[in-house]
Write a protein that binds this ligand. Structure first.
Ligand SMILES: [Zn+2]
Ligand SMILES: [Zn+2]
Length: 231
């Protein structure tokens, strides 16, 4: 076994069961010093977006989203602060196309999503632009979930960019245009959307909006939440 981040080797704890092939060997785990380079989210965060240090109803960013989507309640949780080592590793993974780095987070993602998945929640990955995936050679969110052993329900499809609307700036269009569509009929089973990074929230709100428009089952946070690896 070796640390997927620094490649330091460690000795796996061999049990009788694993020695005789009765139990699978544990997957690669982060060594303590690599793990310590990440700042994990604890409790006391904004329930709407996971921002730290805001335990009230809505942080200023969520207050904005409440204006954009009136009457909607939403919940999001980030796992690791998007800063320092986390930012570097994720950028090298996504933009540097370093596929091996998907393993760095598998234990962390499995711990967060595994229990939901076992309870019957559908884990829905947020798709990336197909052309970028092609260039990179893999879909970053799919690969993270795959490495963590989390079953995925790929309900979302990213549409190709639509024709420019006259009188609107590029940024305005990006803000307004729904980039996703549903690619399958929905089963009424709770959904947890999963993305690699939460920055403005724009992407996840577009995705949530699709489900909000799909019926009463998806209103509230009983059956629809989101989690991102970084926030
Ligand atoms: Zn390490
Ligand atoms: Zn918030």
């Amino acid at each position: 076994m070796s640390c997927p981040m620094c490649r330091t080797r460690s000795h796996p704890r061999l049990t009788c069961r694993s020695f005789f092939g009765l139990a699978p060997l544990a997957r690669d785990q982060l060594c303590p010093s690599c793990r310590a380079a990440f700042v994990f989210y604890a409790s006391g965060n904004c329930p709407g977006c996971g921002k730290s240090g805001v335990a009230e109803d809505a942080c200023p960013e969520c207050a904005y989203w409440h204006m954009v989507y009136p009457e909607k309640t939403f919940a999001h949780r980030g796992l690791i602060h998007y800063e320092g080592a986390m930012k570097e590793v994720l950028q090298q993974y996504k933009y540097g196309g370093d596929y091996r780095l998907r393993q760095v987070f598998s234990e962390i993602i499995a711990a967060a999503l595994g229990p939901l998945s076992k309870k019957g929640w559908q884990i829905v990955p947020i798709p990336s632009v197909a052309a970028k995936n092609q260039q990179r050679g893999f879909d970053p969110v799919n690969a993270l979930l795959e490495a963590a052993g989390i079953p995925q329900t790929p309900l979302l499809e990213k549409m190709t960019a639509t024709a420019p609307q006259a009188g609107k700036s590029r940024q305005e269009r990006l803000r307004l245009v729904q980039p996703f569509q549903l690619r399958a009929t929905l089963r009424e089973q709770p959904i947890c959307l999963f993305d690699d990074v939460y920055t403005t929230g724009r992407t996840l709100f577009h995705a949530k909006d699709l489900f909000w428009r799909s019926g009463p089952f998806w209103q509230g946070t009983e059956n629809l939440i989101s989690i991102s690896l970084a926030r």
